[in-house]
Ligand binder design. Structure first.
Ligand SMILES: Nc1ncnc2c1ncn2[C@@H]1O[C@H](COP(=O)(O)OP(=O)(O)OP(=O)(O)O)[C@@H](O)[C@H]1O
Ligand SMILES: Nc1nc2c(c(=O)[nH]1)N=C(CO)CN2
Length: 172
């Protein structure tokens, strides 16, 4: 049994359709999904803005299950790995996982938990804060409130992340 926070992003092809495939792919275990946010590219590669969502899922699985389900959805979106932090049809990252014993901490290059760059990413934190205002993130510097991490981000970067629609409801 585990509960995971996932981040999905797309800036190639039809980003709304790719993000919808993620919500559909996790529908059976979905607890919450944020609005779709327009986000400037993080990581220094010049490319189109992304569309991002953050999801909370919960189910009778171990942490690795969430990564593997994400890979399946990336494959279905014909995701290729070309440039690090470059354009992509779909990226699904596992931000953090909690099991009965607490937050899962893992150093495996295939699955590092919590995601080592999540605390610096407005495109992860701002949508996450929308669906879990009291969320905390384990970081090597200690447990931090996501609200505090967001408050500490570069203002221009944070303010550039804004909701542009929803995947549920009328425009789903
Ligand atoms: N928490 C995690 N979530 C998703 N992938 C992870 C995680 N930890 C390690 N990985 C590994 O990272 C590898 C590269 O993933 P990917 O190509 O999506 O990276 P990226 O999205 O370009 O960069 P970043 O890792 O900074 O998000 C994958 O093979 C995956 O096994
Ligand atoms: N805004 C934004 N920037 C990114 C994203 C993403 O999903 N959104 N994914 C990346 C690959 O990890 C690199 N940069």
């Amino acid at each position: 049994m585990s509960r995971a926070v996932l981040s999905a992003g797309s800036n190639v092809g039809d980003p709304m359709a790719h993000l919808r495939s993620v919500v559909e792919g996790f529908a059976d275990d979905l607890i919450a999904v944020s609005a779709v946010y327009s986000t400037p590219p993080w990581g220094g590669v010049e490319q189109d803005d992304f569309r991002n969502i953050t999801l909370v899922v919960d189910g009778p699985y171990g942490a690795r299950h969430w990564l593997e389900r994400g890979f399946e959805l990336e494959r279905a979106a014909e995701r290729t790995r070309d440039i690090r932090w470059g354009p992509r049809t779909l990226d699904v990252d596992v931000v953090t996982v909690a099991e009965a014993g607490g937050v899962v901490v893992a150093d495996d290059p295939d699955l590092t938990l919590p995601h080592p760059r999540a605390a610096q990413r407005a495109f992860v934190l701002v949508p996450w804060l929308e669906i879990e205002p009291d969320a905390t993130l384990w970081t090597p510097a200690g447990v931090r409130a996501v609200a505090d991490l967001v408050a500490g981000l570069d203002t221009a970067e944070r303010d550039a992340v804004h909701p542009v629609g929803r995947l549920t409801g009328a425009d789903a």
